[in-house]
Ligand binder design. Sequence first.
Ligand code: GTP
Length: 346
Amino acid sequence: MDRKTVALSQLSANLCSSLPEMRAVLITDRKCQILFRYDRADLISDSSDCSDRSENSESSDIKAEVLTSINLQLNPILDQIQREDTGAKYTSAIFEAENFRVFNLFVDKWIFIYVLSIESFIDRLNPYIFLTSEKFYRILSQEGRVQVDLEIPKLGNVLGKHFLPTDKEQIIKFGFKFILTGDSGVGKTSLVNRFVEGIFPHDFRQTIGVNILSHTYTFMDNKVKLTLFDLGAQKFFQRVRKTYYLGSNAAIIVFDLNNRESFLNVASWREEFEKYVDCDYILVLVGNKSDLERKVSTKEAQDLARLWNVVYIETSALEGENVEEMFVMTTFNIIKKTQKLLRTQE
Ligand code: GTP
């Protein structure tokens, strides 16, 4: 087995052990040819000939059911995607076979197929599916060494957790959850990469659903752990996105200084976040790509920030300008707010 297959298998095994409802995972090309499969229940036969029922057993019926459904249902969807050519890079589709629910995510040249038990509650599984798909994509598209965290976090703990100082008396440790939101392409992933890894990757691709990174650093003798949720902006991800807002301490709403529309859309990103967040939070407005020609003036953005009563900061993930400052300032404002909160509770 090559390194990629080992990583894909390990990740699939971790997903299946986190989710009892997950029965099998397949990755196919756009012609539905299976490139990889992980089959916890031996649902999918080696042969892709769906008419092969020679084993005459329940298991061969199920294998046939899964493969037949995939072939029958995916082909028309693929035709439709090709016909409509909406320009969207990712599309998802769910269908039901007699005994299974099948969730499909079409990403570039691949289809990630998740075979779930029929009673599965898709809304609960969605966040895991998107997180895993992002990791699959990174494994498949990486050259050489595979550098992807193969663990599947227990999202139940992460999504709704309110992070507060671990020690009220002597506040030395903090853990906060930050959400980065805003239109596609404004630079959310680039800001996170610049802050966490100190690099600016030049190969652009959209975040599939969500990318979760954590970063620990020392701030005024306090150890701070940030969990950064970099959320994909695609429309089809909207229904899932709301689950990630739970327990957020800060929403960093990013727009592109070189793209006026992304500035006009910040209000709807704020609205979406505020509709679903369930705890005390702070908002930060970020104008990114300050190194490019401006289509939004500093004054306009400052005026909006004043109206919202939030902090505004301009960054360049490309040049590293103000990136660390933005995250540190946000941390500082939360600590200030949290301490005030603790004092009023005493
Ligand atoms: P989605 O994943 O689709 O939501 O996009 P995103 O907001 O995460 O954007 P991403 O970080 O992937 O960046 C989009 C494009 O903008 C890429 O080509 C980046 O190289 C470029 N970019 C990001 N930040 C900057 C910046 O500060 N300056 C310039 N010039 N380009 C940037």
